[in-house]
Design a protein around this ligand. Structure first.
Ligand code: BV8
Ligand code: ZN
Length: 255
């Protein structure tokens, strides 16, 4: 499959200065990380509110820790895929690609992206509910005892954004700035249903960005996209990089 890029997209790629890649769970799917809403979606088996919320955590911290440990185990066994790596290649071609990710799996950083904004935190980090002290991934439940803070005895929780929680202010501000000044926003692997993150591609488009969506299925964002490339990120993004290289060498004439 060779996505024939529209002449509009080709001209955007030929001169794009500010590129933002807005990513969701779908870009990590080919690494083997389950998405939330797909057929293998982790929310198929359990309700997100029970697990990815403060109430859920306080009601059953052991279950929530077990869920995050399960996801950490998966993430420690997987590697970034060709989709993550294509965004790194794009960064080399354009000098900078700002990755605004909803994912907590650290795969963009592991792939080598140098500008990653984590809207929903990072599963490798934890912090104390009592005093806010940060703890790393080595903090794990021992014999089902929930990790507590050696400083103040408070409960330690994963450093991720749960439902009903504010996004980290600095990450949000940085993401809004990047999306507001993007020439091209590539939305990859997100169903676009969780707010306020899902408002970012819309804001970018309204601020004048060319909105490109990469997803094997249409989403709520597709009607707004200037171009929709239907397919998995691991195939589409490397092809996009290949077309950019050919555009650069003139092998792909703009028509
Ligand atoms: C907040 C971290 C308030 C934790 C996550 C009603 C209407 C509107 C909003 C709300 C509402 N009720 C409640 C809300 C607010 C709520 C929300 O939006 N709920 C939704 C469900 C309706 N939002 C919040 O609570 C946020 N906070 O609003 O605070 C507030 C305001 C002021 C003051 C105080 C508080 C916080 C939300 C953050 C939740 N945390 N993750 C963790 O991971 O455990 S959300 C989680 O799901 C992800 O981070 C991501 O953001 C989100 C969506 O997932 P996606 O990444 O899109 O993945 P999904 O599975 O859905 O889709 C995968 C896609 O990939 C699919 O399209 C598929 O086709 C595609 N795909 C599959 N394979 C591939 C592929 N694409 C490419 N290649 C492939 N190979
Ligand atoms: Zn503490």
């Amino acid at each position: 499959m060779n996505p024939s890029l529209s002449s509009r997209l080709q001209s955007v790629l030929a001169r794009a200065g500010q590129i933002v890649a807005f990513t969701g769970a779908g870009i990590s799917a080919e690494s083997g990380v389950p998405t939330f809403r797909g057929a293998d979606g982790i929310w198929k088996k359990m309700r997100p509110e029970e697990l990815a919320s403060m109430n859920g955590f306080l009601a059953n911290p052991a279950l929530v820790w077990e869920w995050y440990q399960h996801r950490r185990t998966i993430i420690h066994t997987v590697r970034p895929n060709a989709g993550h790596e294509a965004l790194v290649a794009m960064e080399a071609l354009f000098g900078r690609v700002t990755v605004v990710t909803q994912n907590i799996d650290n795969l963009h950083r592991r792939a080598g992206s140098s500008s990653v904004i984590e809207l929903h935190g990072n599963i490798e980090r934890n912090y104390c509910l009592g005093c806010g002290e940060q703890y790393g991934g080595e903090t794990v439940p021992l014999a089902n005892r929930i990790p507590t803070c050696p400083r103040c005895g408070g409960l330690i929780r994963p450093d991720v954004v749960w439902f009903g929680e504010m996004l980290p202010e600095d990450a949000w501000e940085e993401a809004v700035r990047a999306c507001g000044s993007a020439d091209l926003l590539i939305s990859v692997g997100t169903s676009g249903v969780v707010y306020p993150a899902a408002s970012l591609p819309v804001a970018a488009k309204h601020a004048g960005a060319f909105l490109l969506e990469v997803n094997p299925e249409p989403t709520s964002l597709t009607p707004l996209a200037d171009e929709y490339l239907c397919g998995p990120a691991g195939s589409i993004l490397p092809l996009l990089v290949d077309q950019i290289r050919r555009l650069r060498t003139g092998a792909l004439h703009e028509h």
